[in-house]
Each structure stands twice: as C-alpha cells, then as structure tokens.
Ligand binder design. Sequence first.
Ligand code: AMP
Length: 378
Amino acid sequence: MSFKALGLPSSLVEILEKQEYKSPYPIQKAAIPVIMKGRDVLGIAPTGSGKTASYVLPVLSGLKQRKEAKNRQVDVLVLVPTRELAEQVKDVFTLFEKGLEHTAPIMAVYGGISINPQMKALFGISVLIATPGRLLDLVNSNAVQFDKLQTLILDEADKLLNLGFKEEMNKIFALLPKKRQNLLFSATLNEKVEEIHQFLLHNPEVINVAPKEKNLENIRQLAYTIAEEKKGPLLRYLINSENMQQVLVFTASTYKSEHVADKLHKNGIDARSIHGKKSQHARTKALEAFKAGKLRVLVATDLLARGIDIEYLPHVINYELPRSPKDYVHRIGRTGRAEATGEAISLISPEEEHHFRVIQKKMKITVALEDGNALQLK
Ligand code: AMP
C-alpha cells in the first residue's frame, strides 16, 4: 500500500518520498482515508506510531484557498499539552504545507514566552497549534477567532487531561462552531479520555494501534549474572553460539549504544546503533536495514526503540536493564507471539542484581538466572 493509493495529492506524496516515508504506518493507513472523508476519528496511538502525519496529511489536503482577506479566523486548531509537542507538530505541518498549491500559514503558540508578538503574528493564520492556557489568553485578547473553524484536533489527549487542562479545554470547546470535524489522538484510553471522546466526537472511526499487552508466556526469559566488563564478550558469545541473525540489543544510554555497536562491529558482527543524537536519516537507514534482515544487530535506547514497529523479533538482549519494570516488559514484548517463541536475555552486573529483583517482583515474573562468569568467553 502506497501513500498515493490512500488518495493523497501527488504534491504531498512527492514530499513523503523525499522524506523517505516509503509506505504508510498502520495508523496512517487507517486514518488518512477516513479523515479525508470528513469523519471524526478517535486514534489510540502512542508517540512514534506516525500519528502526527496521520492527521497532518489529510487535514492539509482538505484545506481550500481562503477567499476573504486576512483576518484572525483560523481553519484548523490543534490542542497539545506541551510547547515541545507544539513545535514538533508545527514542523510536520510546515514540511507538508509546501506541497499545497496555495499557502496555509501555520503558527504554534504556548506559554512561557511573551504574548505580544503572538498576538501580532496571529493574523492570516490557517493552522494554529496551541497549548490550552495560552490559547485562552489569546482569545481573551481578541487575537484569535473560531467562527470558520473546520477541524479540531486534540493531540496526546491523555496528557492534556493528566496535566489538568480539562477546564481550559471545555472553555475552548464552547467557543467553536458546532459543525466541525473532530480528531482525538491519545496514547492510552482511560476513563478521562473516554469521557471527553463521548462528549466531543460524533460517530467516530476508532483506530487502535496501541501495542497490545503481550503474553509473556511465549517468551523464554533468561538472565546471566556477569561482571560489567565481561558484558561485551558475553554478548558476542551469545550471538555467535546461538547463531542469532536478528538481535535487538538495549542499552540505557546513547553513549553505551554507540560503544556496544562499535565493539560488535570491530569483532566482525554487523551492528549499528540508533539513538536520539543520530540524524533522522541515519536512524531510518539503520532501521530499514534491520527490518529487511540486512543488519544483524541493532543497538537501541528505550526511547528510540518505541518507534521500532517490527512484528516479531526472535531475540532481544538487555545489555543494561531499563529503569522501569514496565519498560522491561515493553522491551521483551518485542519478541514472542502466539505462534512463535521468542527469547529475551538480560545481562545483569552485580550492581543491577537488586534492580532486577525489583523488576521481577513488580511484574510478577521469575527469570532463570545463570552464572555468566562461569562461561568460557573469549
Ligand atoms: P509520530 O508518532 O508522529 O511522532 O512519528 C514518529 C516518527 O516517525 C517521526 O520521526 C516521523 O518522521 C516518522 N514517520 C512517520 N510516518 C512515517 C512513515 N510512513 N515512514 C517513515 N517514517 C515515518
């Protein structure tokens, strides 16, 4: 399935190709055609699932050239919980807006900086991305109007609600025209999100791409106690002795992920690292090679690993333990499915032994522990 087949204009598809978005992610496949039809959508999708493009692309392609002269009316409003997300969403809109035949000016507003320049700049804006508090301040200063609003988007609705923005959001909803499209994205579906979705969305298409709770029974879990300095040799021993061909290795830090990948590489095992400090291009390339089975070992930090959407992995190795027990389950949940058994191995240094016991207790699991120091490592 291609982006073109989803009905997106070819000018947008060209930008997607330049960005090396080769094929739509599941949330994009499901959401783009529905949003283009004008339907409301409830998208349960975590960060890293491609949720931003899943609404940015169809919303932009539905924007018409405005007839009236510049004013303070906006066409699209995106509510976000943080300034960081506001900037990220703005960047995605800005990237794809270049593919439109007409211009659709985009602006992000949030608190923590002076309001005056925002008031002045809010003129002739088509797509406004805002945190709720600052938006209300701008409304109160008559800097923005919503009579022509076509689409309301809530991004990271669970976070918006957890941060206590409910009251501000209700005030904002009351200002919007009744007839509009509503898109609500949330990483999780909890009671608070349920409530707001019942109130806000009309006959929505529900799209759920949140990772399902994995059945850990299908995963063979194993751990080795090992001196910290022997983790590298043990990792190589495991990869070679079991002849592992597709291994995802987790480290706790960016530095370690580089170091581990380097060491493997120097020892003749094809490995690359992905972490937050690598360029998007380098990350995409490494991921693609790994998915295609052309790269034997991918060394990743937890943050980056969230975006790895590989259905089934035979081997996951925790070179270092994650901080939270939940992350342990996320990591090992990447292996093992109903019809296949996966293997998750943790390398536990003496300093990590206590933390590993805590993880097992919290997650109500027991992992067989072997003495790695007794192995004949080279
Ligand atoms: P998001 O979940 O929207 O934060 O997106 C996660 C990351 O995936 C971003 O860095 C996007 O640039 C990237 N991305 C989104 N869709 C695709 C796609 N179809 N192909 C490749 N990369 C994508």
